[in-house]
Design a protein around this ligand. Structure first.
Ligand SMILES: [Zn+2]
Length: 486
């Protein structure tokens, strides 16, 4: 039974049950059923006597059928029936009804006099996941089956009919929308010009070719694509190349006969570059800040120690405030005229002083040397039976020279209780060294000493049982193990 559309406002015929069933599903079950029948018959024929085996076999077949149902992900929803044919399944009834109602109202608007008769029905059903569709897909299937002609407004560009929209207002909106999209970013538009001659024509076109304003703008932007070549570079994917060329990945693969998405660097692909149907020239005034980069001056300074650089003046970019008129042709800048340059500030030169003065011998090198020649470690750093040892003891003959472990300033030279005669050097980098139990001191407090310079001689003064050097390295006041430094 068929319904005439005219006069039927809700559009969807809910009363008539469709006779069409969902074929694929039926076929599957029918096939399983017949397979089961055939096979079991065969089985029973072959092993008639063995009833037990036959029951086992049937149980297996049923289990298999149940698994098949579970695997195929049966979903509960609605079957959409169009002109007595099931065209797909949806999970949402209401939104599908809305989408279909829109088609009915389109038919009434555009083809009230056409004798179009269609039926649709949405009824509860179950089907495998894969047969479910969105309401838009359902609407598209229905539209594709409606090939009636409707009154429309054709947009004619340079004498050629390019696209059709509902009416002249929508054509205006599409052209204006396209122009607006060619302005690109900020600025005061001075002039917009379309090179091509545009005319509107009342025309009759197939219902489905009438574009929405949005789709018309997209079409104007370049549905008619010219083909080009693209060479694959590192980091490219089909997706990124597609984005760049306004092509879906599927189409890119089809055009190039690819069956995998794997690309090699250097591959040459055929691509289509979107070619806009209209050439829009936009002139606009823009304002922006132009930066004038600062210069850097290096000055050699003999008062500064070698290896030390000092920025004595921080650099700063200068600024100009620019007013310019730019010309864009389909968003590509083709011309820029600077109208006005307002100078905001000059750049400030950066000055870096580079030290050339050789380092004094008495400056710390940052690396410690052994304070004695020869001898042996008579007591190591750290825990020992007589308590924590704050340095290393080197035993060697009385009067042997003691050398400064690194350059620095002598901060103590004299008697210091249990340490006996002692020297302390501050190296100026957070480190101090200490030399104890000396027999004689060779430098006085306040003196600058170079690394390796003789500062004292080995003795056994203070709390000592024999000639040795007690040597300490202190970092910011903490005792360090000298063995880790040389
Ligand atoms: Zn010691």
């Amino acid at each position: 039974m068929r319904n005439k559309i005219a006069g039927k406002n809700d559009g969807i015929n809910k009363k008539e049950p469709s006779t069409t069933e969902y074929k694929p599903k039926k076929n599957i079950f029918r096939r399983i059923k017949s397979l089961l029948k055939q096979k079991s018959n065969l089985y029973i024929r072959k092993f008639k006597a063995n009833k037990k085996a036959s029951i086992t076999f049937l149980t297996g077949i049923f289990a298999f059928a149940i698994c098949l149902c579970l695997l195929s992900n049966i979903q509960v929803g609605y079957a959409v029936v169009f002109n007595d044919k099931t065209i797909g399944f949806v999970s949402e009834k209401y939104s599908t009804e809305l989408a279909i109602n829109e088609i009915y109202s389109d038919i009434e608007t555009y083809a009230p006099d056409e004798n179009i008769s269609i039926t649709t029905d949405i009824k509860p059903s179950v089907a495998p996941d894969m047969y479910f569709k969105s309401e838009t897909e359902i609407a598209d299937i229905i539209k594709a089956n409606l090939d009636f002609y409707v009154d429309a407004c054709c947009i004619v560009i340079d004498g050629e009919t390019k696209l059709a929209v509902k009416n002249a207002e929508e054509a205006d909106a599409a052209i204006q929308g396209y122009k607006d999209s060619c302005v690109g970013g900020e600025g005061e538009v001075i002039n917009i010009e379309v090179k091509e001659n545009i005319e509107y024509l009342n025309c009759k076109v197939v219902y489905t070719t009438v574009l929405s304003v949005e789709d018309a703008i997209k079409t104007l932007h370049g549905a008619m694509a010219k083909e080009g070549l693209y060479t694959v570079v590192e980091g490219d994917t089909l997706w990124s190349i597609g984005i760049e060329n306004n092509m879906p990945t599927d189409y890119l693969m089809e055009l190039n006969g690819l069956d995998s998405e794997f690309l090699n660097i250097g591959d040459v692909l055929r691509v289509t570059h979107p070619t806009p149907m209209l050439t829009v020239t936009v002139e606009k005034r823009i304002n922006y800040t132009e930066y004038i980069p600062y210069e850097t001056e290096q000055i050699y300074d003999k008062n500064l120690t070698k290896g030390t650089n000092k920025t004595t003046q921080k650099g700063q970019n200068g600024e100009n405030y620019i007013t310019a008129v730019v010309t864009l042709v389909n968003l590509q800048e083709t011309n820029r005229v600077i109208e006005n340059t307002e100078h905001i500030c000059d750049p400030v030169k950066e000055i870096i002083r580079i030290g050339t003065k050789p380092k004094p011998k008495t400056a710390a090198t940052g690396r410690f040397g052994r304070p004695i020649n020869g001898g042996y470690v008579s007591s190591a750093f750290g825990n020992r039976s007589r308590g924590y040892h704050t340095g290393i003891d080197y035993a060697l003959s009385y009067g042997s020279p003691i050398y400064a472990s690194d350059g620095g300033t002598v901060t103590y030279s004299g008697w210091s209780g249990g340490y006996g005669y002692m020297i302390k050097i501050n190296h100026g980098n957070g480190y101090e060294t200490l030399y104890a139990h000396c027999s004689r001191l060779a430098v006085s407090s306040g003196k600058k000493v170079a690394k390796g310079q003789v500062i004292a001689y080995v003795g056994s003064t203070g709390n000592s049982t024999g000639p040795h050097l007690h040597f300490e390295i202190r970092k910011n006041g903490s005792y360090m193990n000298p063995a880790n430094y040389y």
